[in-house]
Design a protein around this ligand. Structure first.
Ligand code: AMP
Length: 399
């Protein structure tokens, strides 16, 4: 029987879940519990009977997990602990303690809690989901897969910030990266699609969603990534600025009297495409450009410019690039962004074929012309499958 894993991605006010059949890679059910802690929560479950949508109060994560179990019991498929190999959990920050997935015990829970200082918005709700799920499935192994683990192979030259190293060491200041589960899945799929072993392939992955990051993968391992201590650094994102001169922060403190919280809000929630164009959603930005909005046009130029700069830098770090892979909401759906982000890089062997690139891509495909030195792919990401696979592998190793 193919192993099945319940994958849980627990955020501050939502829990996403998927029941994954690992061998086929199929999602047997997916769902989302939203607005946890608000007067009325929203629940969506896609199972064998189609979609079920409900509105009901979900006061906390414990209630969220209970709701998910009820949905499986009522609308299927059957979620019997005896048929599950594990429960897999996404955790954002594993610091330098977790270079791979970990079997949850009280010590691992405590470590995730300790790492909350580096990811105050993410690790606590991740942990709340883990605790509730452990109570719901006390006999099953629970495996945590960290967004940072894939980047644990970064060399010191890539992860070290050029600041006073005593301060850096005292406060654990370094680049940890993020989106690692997606970068691993997509880079390994790119190698498979080239018919090669990941160990023999160099790939640049462009994960372009509401959050966005680029990773250089050499021989199957991450050697450079654009997100840093937190997911604020790097590419221009939906609401995050990505790279800026850090002096902007103390300049605004001095001249505008902005507080730490105001600056956090400015750079994490009011910047990026939202700050540049007025909308964080790329579809709105394209609509605005069509309507002649100059601000939106410039916003896109800034977005492309940053991606090209990273592709060039990662090309230089890798020396040889076999593939570039686009993934996530924008990478998979937005042909305008794909073709413009890589425009003008022909001298690097990088080109996009306009016809192949056209439209949204639900399936993996090549968008570079035949015979290109660098194969450009669109590869839909599948973080849940990657988490489920890593969970099964770890359970088998422990077994
Ligand atoms: P993600 O964070 O991966 O779910 O990506 C979400 C983002 O993908 C949205 O904010 C949109 O900007 C973008 N997106 C989704 N669908 C499309 C589409 N059809 N065309 C352009 N952008 C899209």
């Amino acid at each position: 029987m193919s192993p099945k894993v319940l994958v849980i991605n627990s955020g501050s006010s939502s829990i996403k879940y998927q029941l994954v059949e690992v061998d086929s890679g199929e999602a047997l059910a997916t769902g989302l519990v939203e607005r946890i802690g608000q007067p009325v929560g929203a629940v969506r479950h896609d199972g064998p009977d189609g979609r079920t949508s409900l509105e009901q109060p979900v006061p906390d994560h414990e209630a969220g997990i209970a709701t998910i179990l009820e949905l499986f019991a009522t609308h299927g498929p059957k979620l019997d602990a005896s048929e599950l190999t594990a429960v897999g959990h996404r955790v954002v920050q594993g610091g330098d303690r977790f270079a791979g997935p970990a079997l949850v015990d009280d010590a691992v829970e405590a470590a995730i809690d300790d790492l909350s200082t580096l990811a105050p918005l993410h690790n606590p709700p991740n942990l709340a989901g883990i605790r509730a799920a452990r109570r719901a499935f006390p006999t099953l192994p629970h495996v945590v897969v960290f967004d940072t683990s894939f980047h644990s192979t970064l060399p010191p030259a890539a992860y070290t910030y050029a600041i006073d190293q005593e301060v850096a060491s005292l406060y654990s200041i370094r680049r940890y990266g993020a989106h690692g589960t997606s970068h691993r899945y997509v880079s390994h799929r790119a190698a498979e699609l080239l018919g090669k072993d990941p160990a023999d392939v160099n790939v640049i992955v462009l994960h372009l969603g509401n959050g966005a990051s680029a990773t250089a993968v050499r021989g199957g391992v991450s050697v450079e990534t654009s997100m840093g201590l937190t997911p604020l650094e790097g590419l221009v994102m939906g609401t995050r600025s990505g790279d800026i001169d850090p002096a902007v922060v103390f300049h605004l403190q001095r001249v505008a009297g902005m507080s730490t919280d105001e600056l956090d809000d400015l750079l994490n929630r009011r910047s990026g495409m939202l700050g540049l164009s007025g909308s964080s959603d790329m579809r709105d930005v394209h609509d605005a450009v069509e309507a002649g909005d100059e601000r939106a046009r410039t916003a896109l130029q800034v977005y492309y410019h940053r991606i090209r700069a990273y592709v060039g830098a990662y090309y230089a770090q890798l020396g040889r690039v076999d593939a570039i892979a686009f993934t996530a909401g924008i990478g998979e759906n937005d042909d305008i962004v794909r073709i413009n982000s890589l425009a003008g890089l022909e001298r690097l062997g990088i080109a996009v074929d306009a016809e192949r690139n056209e439209g949204r891509k639900k399936d993996e495909c090549v968008i570079s012309p035949d015979g290109s030195e660098v194969t450009v792919f669109v590869i839909p990401t599948n973080e849940e499958l990657e988490i489920a696979r890593q969970a099964v592998e770890l359970v088998a190793q422990q077994g």
